[in-house]
Design a protein around this ligand. Sequence first.
Ligand code: ADP
Length: 187
Amino acid sequence: MSHAKGLIFLGPPGSGKGTQAQLLSAQFTIPHISTGEMLRQAIAQQTELGKKAQHYVDQGELVPDELLLDLIRERLNQDDAQNGWILDGFPRNVSQATFLDKLLSELGKFSEQAINLEVSDHLLIDRLLSRGRKDDNEETIRRRLDVYREKTKPVIDYYHNHGRLTSVDGNPPPEEVTASLNKIVAN
Ligand code: ADP
């Protein structure tokens, strides 16, 4: 059986995950699946999910797992995701990571690779403040970085311990980061 590539982008808010994921998605013609984008869209459309998620997103807290797990399962089952995908923003805690592992072993055909984009704190804050999304005000940014350290850092250890993590320096300008990523993903 051929192995479809599943890339999991990890890294703090402002690390450039979304930008890089989008570029690689175009290059490999596999979908860029961003849970943050899916949630923002659900909130804009005020769907049931959007109404439930809004408060958490506005506060910089994680949305409860049960709101996201079915969404991910359905998304990875769609036709355009059968040759590979790039996940951006998921998994964001260890229980989401174990859920994803179980789901992928059921689906059976994906070889996943986690990529950790490492960026120094002062750059993260500068980038987030210049981006101007609704949840990019100073207070929410601080909370999102705390949530990241508390809940998402252990996900990095999880993939590291399973031998599936590659770290990439995300400090240089975007084109340089893209070049580093290309080398890794081509392997
Ligand atoms: P960033 O990486 O800049 O924080 P995202 O667009 O990935 O931005 O996420 C924005 C918000 O959406 C998060 O602060 C959180 O409230 C919610 N969110 C996104 N993905 C998840 C997830 N996997 N689990 C729980 N909440 C999530």
